[in-house]
Write a protein that binds this ligand. Structure first.
Ligand SMILES: Cc1ncc(COP(=O)(O)O)c(C=O)c1O
Length: 367
């Protein structure tokens, strides 16, 4: 049996007539730049996330850069983020000219919120926690520190569309939430895209200007902006897909429960936990395991696609040598990087496929 890591084709085919219709409508209207579907998606996504504002942008990375710029982060500032994240989180900080300041992660792959305060200096301007894998970070603690130390909070919710912490959705806690619509995300476009959420209309308005050449009125440039707009055609597709997202997330949760049940007695494997009060929407299903590289090869040979998210923590990336971090600085992130493996996870994954993957994992450890 072959089990893909994600199956974009299966998802597209399940809603194909609606997608075709949405694309056709855009082609008929020709409102390709900031057209009707963009404002429609912004309204729908704001409501989905429990926010008053949403601004469509060109990618998750650009969402983060715009968010940091909007709260005034620039050269000379510091921004605190986890060492265990996709590189975009750190690159966004670097793109503003500010310095990324790293913190280790907890056993749940997210920022160790208890370690944040010790990293604050007079230069710190913002905290940039990530809700990695679809599990909310300890956002309550992050917000408490930020409030006391008067810092902005930008949530990197690129992997957390619909994830919840104590009944509230990720992206609605901080000053700004940033999402990616990269095709493999829980809500994915047919190309690049992203969105920013906020509850402050002035801040959202500033981001609307920044993403569109710094203008509110055509050819009147209030800010030195850029072109970071979300394509109308992508927004039209995302409007269709957004209606299904809660259901798709429920299916991921069900799939994770089945994996958990099947793997619970494998003592070489730690399955992901869901902390109390959290809704983990399982963008990724990551196991921590012994002999990871051997298991990965074995699964490859069995037709089970898999991944490592992520093999090198940010502080050990070549491009960040100049930050001066060393091996041993963030032991949890470093240990996980050597021991984690992401198993196939997507809503359309069947029970039969999950059983097959779990049986392969068991076979590896029994040999
Ligand atoms: C945690 C995280 N942050 C930021 C991004 C950047 O998003 P994009 O690829 O849309 O630029 C991604 C996804 O790729 C991500 O997983």
């Amino acid at each position: 049996m072959n089990v893909p890591f994600v199956d974009l084709k299966a998802q597209t085919e399940s809603i194909r007539p609606e997608i075709d219709e949405a694309v056709k409508r855009t082609l008929d209207r020709c409102d390709f730049i900031l057209g009707g579907a963009v404002s429609e998606l912004e309204k729908n996504f704001a409501s989905f996330s429990g926010c008053s504002e949403a601004v469509g942008v060109s990618s998750g990375l650009e969402a983060l850069i715009l968010a940091l710029r909007a709260v005034g982060v620039s050269a000379g500032d510091e921004v605190i983020l986890p060492a265990n994240t996709f590189i975009a989180t750190a690159f966004a900080v670097s793109a503003t000219g500010a310095m990324p300041v790293l913190v280790d992660c907890d056993e749940n792959y997210n920022i160790d919120a208890s370690a944040v305060e010790s990293k604050i200096t007079p230069r710190t301007k913002a905290l940039l926690p990530v809700h990695l894998t679809g599990h909310p970070c300890d956002i309550e603690k992050v917000l408490e520190v930020a409030k006391r130390r008067k810092l902005f909070v930008i949530e990197d919710a690129a992997q957390a569309h619909g994830a919840e912490y104590k009944g509230k959705r990720c992206g609605s806690f901080g000053d700004i939430g940033c999402f990616s619509f990269y095709p493999g995300k829980n809500l994915g476009a047919f190309g690049d895209g992203g969105i920013i959420t906020a509850n402050d209309s002035a801040l959202a308005e500033k981001i609307r200007c920044l993403r569109n050449y710094g203008q509110k009125v055509k050819y009147e440039h209030i800010y030195i902006g850029s072109n970071n707009r979300l394509d109308t055609i992508q927004a039209a597709i995302l409007n269709v897909k957004l209606k299904y997202l809660d259901g798709w997330n429920d299916k991921r949760i069900k799939n994770a429960a089945l994996y958990g049940e099947l793997l619970k007695d494998v003592k070489n494997v730690r399955t992901p936990s869901v902390l109390p009060g959290c809704r983990n929407i399982f963008h990724l299903y990551i196991i921590e395991c012994d002999r990871r590289d051997g298991l990965q090869k074995f699964l490859d040979g069995k037709g089970v696609q898999n991944g490592i998210h992520y093999p090198i923590p940010v502080h050990l990336q070549k491009c960040y040598e100049s930050l001066g971090y060393r091996e041993g600085d963030f032991p949890v992130s470093e240990r996980l990087a050597k021991r984690i493996l992401s198993l196939p996870m997507f809503p359309e994954l069947t029970a039969e496929q999950i059983r097959y993957v779990a049986s392969c994992v068991k076979e590896f450890y029994s040999s």
